[in-house]
Each structure stands twice: as structure tokens, then as C-alpha cells.
Design a protein around this ligand. Sequence first.
Ligand code: CO
Length: 217
Amino acid sequence: MTDVCQLFENNRRWSETIDAQDPLFFDGLAQIQAPEFLWIGCSDSRVPANEIIGLKPGEVFVHRNVANVVAHGDLNCLAAVQYAVDVLKVRDVLVVGHYGCGGVQAALANLRLGLVDNWLRHIHDVKQKHWDILAPIANGPSQIDRLCELNAIEQARNLCQTTVIQDAWTRGQQLTVHSWIYGLTDGIIHDLGYSVHSPDLMDAEYEKAIARIGQAI
Ligand code: CO
């Protein structure tokens, strides 16, 4: 088991390595934050945003929660999105689910884990909405993975519906919302085909993306 003291040691070594590679790195980073991407992903410790997409600190603004949920009343998520879009002016928002998500598994299996069950109601909603797609699949990894995909699309659409994204589009800001899924077993990200850069496309692209998942089964 790693002791917390080890983390300080790791940190010093990391800082020295970066400094040796690029002596101006921390000076530049401290002066300005100008990421082009906002990542909304799961809190799962196996899904570290920067590493997966090969970006350094300063290049991606990150919001993570259990099962990558974008809930309309979640001030934490909305504040991160608003700051990223209005202040940092990110160009792409990536809503990234992952296969084998524990939150999605818990919702599918109706597990009782405690307070988090209330948060996972959002996943239950997705499950109930798309039960016609999920019901014919046997219980197991395939059903879990389809719900992981459906959830990433649903949360990306929720994001498109927020006032933050709608207002950005209305004032002509260049902004695309994407829905992706990450594979824990191979480290590969797949595009779920829901990429929206204007309110006109929001619903039509959603119907197509959901239909593709239904057809793939
Ligand atoms: Co997860």
C-alpha cells in the first residue's frame, strides 16, 4: 500500500522531471490557463483525463463525478461548465463515459450502496428511458456497456440543453459537445457519434446516436 508520505516524494520527483525537460513549463502554467477542452467524466480512478488524451496540465479543464452525470440542477457541474465556456472559452466539451462503470452497474443491478443511490437515480432514469434497448440483452457485461454508452449520450444531450451551452451558441461562440466512451481493458476512446455544434442538430443527432446503439445489438 502506498503511504501518503510517498505521494510527496512522487510529487517532488515529478516536478523535477518536468522542470528538467522544460525549464519554462511552470512559469508559463502559473501565468495563464488557456485549455481548449472541457472534459466531463467519471470519478473512477482508472479514468485519468489528461493521461488518456495525452494532454499536459493546462490543456484540459476537468469536471468529474460518479458516472459522468450532467444533471440540470447540479450547481457544481454547471459552474464548471459555465466557467469553462464563458471565461476560458473552450472549443470542445467532451462528455466521456467508460465501459464497466461501477455506477452504471449499481443502477442496473438495483444495488443499495448508501447516499450515492440518490445520485445514481440519474442513471436509473436513463435505464428506464431506454429499457426497450436494454431488456433484450442478457444480464451481464454487454448490457452494462450498452447502458454506459446510452448514459454518455444522454448526459451530453443534457449538457446541450443547459442555458450555458444554449447561450454560447446563440451568441455565435464556436463550441462542440461530444459524447465519447473509454475502454478500461484497452485504453481506447470511441466516439459515440453524438457531436453537436448548433442547437438545430441537438435532437436529430441524438435520435441517430441512440438508434445506432439499438441497431448494434
Ligand atoms: Co464510472
